[in-house]
Write a protein that binds this ligand. Structure first.
Ligand SMILES: Cc1cc2nc3c(=O)[nH]c(=O)nc-3n(C[C@H](O)[C@H](O)[C@H](O)COP(=O)(O)OP(=O)(O)OC[C@H]3O[C@@H](n4cnc5c(N)ncnc54)[C@H](O)[C@@H]3O)c2cc1C
Length: 391
C-alpha cells in the first residue's frame, strides 16, 4: 500500500479509535472516508470517564500498551494537537480494607516492575498530602505521569486537524468479499455500496455483527455522575482517586473479565472546570439510555465515604455508556483473518480513551506497511476462529 501515491481507506465508526485511525491515515496521505451509523463520539467515546491511565491495567500487554498510550497523549499535547485537552495528573489508588491493601501491594509491584513511577503513601503521609480523604483510606499508591481527557474533545481535535468530515447516519450493513478472493470488494451501507483500497472496522459494539463476533464481544454498561463546580474541594485533590475496589471490579489481578454482573469501582476525577466526574459501574446488562437510582446511590455513597466533602456538593447529571468488552479481556487490533485489505480495532472495554490514539496510529502504520510503534501481537483478531467475513 505504501508504494502507491494515493490510496483510499474506509473507516467504519467515528469513536475515538476510528477518528484516530482516520487522523493518522490522513497524515500518511490516505484519502479517508469515515462513516458512522450515528455521529462522532455517539457511543462509548462520548460517555466515558476519560482516565488516560496505566494505573488499573493488568500486567502484560495491556499495561505495556497503556504506557505507550499515555506517552502518546503527552507527546500530542506537547505538539499542540491535544494541548489543553489532556490534563496531566497523578492517579491515587486508595485501599480502604485489608483485602484492598493486599491487591494494591501486588499491583504496585507490577506497575513498578513495568517501569511506572509509583509511590506508596501510608496512613499519616497519605492524609497529609491528600486532606480531602476520609479516615477510611488506609494506604494509597500514587501513580505518576497519568492524565485525563474527554473522549469527544479528543475526537473533535483529531477530525478538525485532519479536516475529516464524518458521513453521519451511514450504517454499514455488510462487507462483500471478492469472489473466491481474499480482499474486500465493497461495503454495503444504508446509503449504497462503497469501495476503498482498505477497510477498517472500528465500530465498537457494532463490530460484532459485521465480523461474526457475537460470542466474542460483550456490551458492558457503565454509569457515571458529574457534580457542580466545587473549586475549594477540587483544589484539595492533587490527582484522581481510584478505589482499590476498582482493581477488584476490573479483575485486574485475575486476568479475566469482571466476575460480578454489576461491579462498582469508584473513580473520582477532579476536572479542570472545578467539577467532579464520579464513576462507575460495570454491568453486563442494561441500556445506555438509562441510569438507575440504585447505581447512582451506590456510587454517591461510596464517593462520600472516601471524600466526605462531596456530601455538600450537588449532583448535576448522571449518564451511562456501553463499553465493548472481549471475552479474554484483550482488544482486537489487526488484520481481519483471511483478508488482505480488511482491518479491525475494537474491544477496548474501559481503556479505549487511553488506547484509542495509539491504536489508531498502529492501524495506520499497518496499512502503510510500516512497523507499528505499539506491539499488537497479543491483540491479533485471528485468536478467535469466528472472526472474519464470509466470502
Ligand atoms: C462509563 C464508561 C467509562 C469509561 N471510562 C474510561 C476511562 O476512564 N478511560 C478509558 O481509557 N476508557 C474508558 N472507557 C472506555 C472507552 O470509552 C471506550 O473503550 C472507547 O470509547 C471505545 O472507542 P471506540 O471508537 O472503539 O468505540 P465507540 O466509541 O463505541 O464508537 C463506535 C462507533 O461506531 C459506530 N458504529 C457502530 N456500528 C456501526 C455500523 N454498523 N456502521 C457504522 N457505524 C457504526 C457507532 O455509532 C459509534 O460511533 C469508558 C467507557 C464507558 C462506557
Amino acid at each position: 500500500m505504501q508504494s502507491r501515491s494515493s490510496f483510499s481507506v474506509i473507516v467504519v465508526g467515528s469513536g475515538i479509535v476510528g477518528a484516530a485511525t482516520a487522523y493518522f491515515l490522513a497524515r500518511r496521505g490516505a484519502e479517508v472516508r469515515l462513516l458512522d451509523a450515528s455521529a462522532p463520539a455517539a457511543e462509548a467515546t462520548g460517555a466515558a470517564d476519560g482516565a488516560v491511565s496505566v494505573a488499573s491495567k493488568r500486567p502484560g500487554p495491556m499495561m505495556t500498551a497503556a504506557m505507550k498510550g499515555v506517552a502518546l497523549y503527552g507527546q500530542l499535547a506537547d505538539e499542540g494537537l491535544f494541548a489543553g485537552a489532556f490534563k496531566r495528573r497523578s492517579t491515587f489508588i486508595i485501599a480502604a480494607s485489608d483485602d484492598e491493601c493486599a491487591v494494591l501491594d501486588a499491583h504496585s509491584a507490577a506497575l513498578a516492575s513495568a517501569g511506572v513511577t509509583v509511590k506508596t503513601l501510608s496512613d499519616a503521609a497519605l492524609h497529609h498530602s491528600f486532606p480531602a480523604l476520609s479516615r477510611q483510606a488506609k494506604m494509597a499508591v500514587e501513580v505518576h505521569g497519568e492524565g485525563h481527557a474527554i473522549g469527544y474533545q479528543i475526537v473533535h481535535r483529531l477530525l478538525s486537524a485532519a479536516k475529516i468530515k464524518v458521513d453521519r447516519d451511514t450504517q454499514v450493513e455488510g462487507i462483500r468479499v471478492e469472489q473466491g478472493g481474499n480482499r474486500i470488494a465493497s461495503i454495503a451501507t444504508n446509503r449504497g455500496d462503497l469501495r476503498g483500497d482498505a477497510v477498517v472496522i472500528a465500530a465498537g459494539n457494532g463490530s460484532a455483527k459485521l465480523l461474526g463476533l457475537s460470542d466474542v464481544l460483550t456490551p458492558r454498561k457503565g454509569q457515571l455522575l458529574v457534580t457542580e463546580r466545587a473549586t475549594a474541594l477540587n483544589a484539595l485533590m492533587p490527582g484522581a482517586i481510584m478505589s482499590g475496589r476498582y482493581l477488584l471490579s476490573k479483575g485486574s489481578q485475575k486476568g479475566a473479565q469482571a466476575a460480578a454482573s454489576r461491579g462498582l469501582g469508584l473513580v473520582i476525577d477532579p476536572l479542570t472546570t472545578g467539577q467532579f466526574l464520579i464513576g462507575g459501574t460495570r454491568e453486563d446488562f442494561g441500556r445506555r439510555e438509562t441510569n438507575d437510582i440504585d447505581a447512582v446511590t451506590q456510587i454517591l455513597s461510596s464517593a462520600v465515604d472516601l471524600v466526605p466533602g462531596l456530601a455538600g456538593v450537588r449532583l448535576l447529571r448522571s449518564f451511562s455508556g456501553v463499553r465493548t468488552a472481549v471475552i479474554d479481556g484483550l482488544p482486537l487490533v489487526g488484520r481481519i483473518p483471511g483478508l488482505e485489505n480488511g482491518y479491525v480495532a475494537t474491544g477496548f472495554e474501559g481503556d479505549g480513551i487511553c488506547l484509542g490514539p495509539v491504536t489508531g496510529k498502529a492501524i495506520a502504520q499497518l496499512i502503510c506497511d510500516q512497523k507499528t510503534d505499539l506491539d499488537i501481537s497479543a491483540f491479533n483478531p485471528a485468536r478467535f476462529n469466528s472472526c472474519g467475513v464470509a466470502a
